[in-house]
Design a protein around this ligand. Structure first.
Ligand SMILES: *Cc1c(COP(=O)(O)O)cnc(C)c1O
Length: 451
């Protein structure tokens, strides 16, 4: 591994003498042999280290300004019982946004107080379940949801802690569909049209049912520029000052959401977490002084930046097919088909996400040829990597490793073409344990009621 490529692989990744890829203490050839492919290999030490890095660097930076930070792992990026347990063991909390995610949290024994519930269209059943589990917060996403939550709270005889999600107009991140705080989208209540203030007023009017913890915003995903978070913090703090002046209520907390960028390829600059924590704490401190108010509690919700880089997908190569293309000097593109594709990684097809990859089971000194890694699905858009140089001798039976697939890979996986979704294996030291088993044909047929 060169220093440059080290940042796209989980820590502890290296090459064996035979030139195969070794993840922690595990040669990918053995992992593929023992667990099959496609396979998600999650390096648990890497995951834990990233979770701790958020907890410790934000904790320290905000302690310095007399505040504290809660880190909520965004479960939607990848969640299973083992991950929920690890997250809590590392001192983080857990963000959920559906009944299904709450069910996993319940099975993992996550205390309700450590849970948050998000969602732009929570069902009544999801709200009831969250309140029954005594979640630490429900993040309100619309005006009409306020009555819904208040009604359930009244019936349950319980005061429910809530936050109000605000769209601040800050536009950050790569692609339109993963940029969520500008105005023309479905999430949150707008600052610009007064919706946010109206919602806050309404919540404050339901004092016996709802306890307003604070305001929340999530400005997007895969954000590589720390300044975007500072701008968003400023917007939330201005709103906090406005609420104080208007309603004589000082919101105890602001939540800055997630979206911290990672390196999918060597061209990506990942967010420097300690530097971001330091910069944010400094700005929040200064802004609060400027607005003559005490520093609030802060929460953040990283998902991708904890699980993304921890995980590598292993694919087995099948058909290798040279195709004549008529654009420029190289007239041939080699299509390298793998045994998964858009069913285990929809991100390239969904928003043009870029990945890198490596021949993983051996070294090759052959010249690199212009290639495209494609899946096995019946869609020409089923592409893992559109343009990559791979050794000319790549052939059936080889392994390809794609790094940084931990977030929104397995969690967005589908059964398209009735494929079975891959297993997730967590490696730690010499141990490799299945934390999500591979689906079987019986799983596929289980919901098909005609026999
Ligand atoms: C998706 C999401 C996150 C996590 O985003 P990442 O890019 O995975 O860090 C956090 N909070 C909210 C509200 C989200 O919708």
């Amino acid at each position: 591994m060169t220093a440059e490529s080290a940042r796209i692989w989980p820590r502890g990744t290296r090459l064996s003498e035979a030139g195969s890829l070794v993840l922690g203490e595990h040669d990918v050839r053995d992992l593929a042999e023992n667990f099959g492919t496609p396979l998600f290999v999650l390096n648990e030490d890497d995951f834990r280290a990233r979770a701790r890095l958020f907890r410790d660097s934000f904790g320290a930076a905000f302690a310095d300004i007399g505040s504290s930070v809660d880190v909520y792992y965004a479960g939607k990026s990848f969640l299973c019982t083992a991950i929920a347990k690890i997250v809590v063991a590392e001192g983080l909390r857990l963000d959920t946004c559906t009944g299904g995610e709450l069910a996993v949290a319940a099975r993992a024994g996550v205390p309700g107080a450590k849970l948050g519930l998000h969602g732009n269209n929570k069902s009544l059943a999801e709200i009831e379940r969250a309140i029954e589990m005594r979640v630490g917060r429900i993040v309100i996403d619309s005006l009409d949801e306020i009555d819904l939550i208040a009604d359930v709270a009244r019936r349950a005889g319980r005061r429910v802690p809530v936050m109000v999600r605000v769209t601040t107009g800050v536009h950050a991140g790569g692609h339109e569909y993963i940029s969520t705080a500008h105005e023309d989208q479905k999430f949150g209540l707008s600052l610009a049209d007064g919706g946010a203030v109206k919602a806050i007023q309404k919540v404050l009017g339901l004092e016996s049912e709802l306890e307003l913890l604070g305001i929340h915003t999530h400005i997007g995903s895969q954000i590589q520029d720390a300044a975007a978070f500072v701008v968003s913090a400023r917007k939330l703090l201005s709103l906090r000052a406005q609420i104080r002046d208007k309603f004589d209520y000082l919101l105890p907390e602001i939540d800055l959401g997630g979206g911290f960028g990672i390196a999918y390829t060597i061209r990506d600059e990942p967010i420097d977490v300690p530097a971001l924590a330091h910069e944010l704490a400094g700005s929040i401190d200064a802004l609060c002084t400027e607005m003559s108010m005490p520093v609030p509690r802060v929460s953040i919700e990283p998902g991708r930046s904890i699980v993304g880089p921890s995980t590598v997908t292993l694919y087995r190569v099948g058909v290798v097919k040279p195709v004549t293309v008529d654009d420029g000097d190289t007239k041939v593109r080699t299509y390298v088909s793998v045994d998964g594709g858009m069913s285990d990684n929809i991100r390239p097809a969904l928003y043009g996400a870029e990945y890198s990859a490596k021949l993983a089971n051996r070294a090759s000194s052959k010249v690199k040829i212009r290639s495209r890694i494609v899946g096995k699905h019946c869609e020409s858009g089923d592409i893992v990597i559109p343009d990559i140089d791979l050794p000319a001798d790549i052939s059936r039976g080889d392994l390809i490793a794609v790094p940084a697939t931990g977030a929104y890979g397995r969690s967005m996986a589908s059964n398209y073409n009735l494929v079975t979704r891959p297993a997730v294996v967590a490696i730690r030291g010499g141990e490799a344990r299945v934390i999500v088993r591979r689906e079987t044909e019986e799983d596929l047929l289980a919901t098909d009621v005609e026999s």
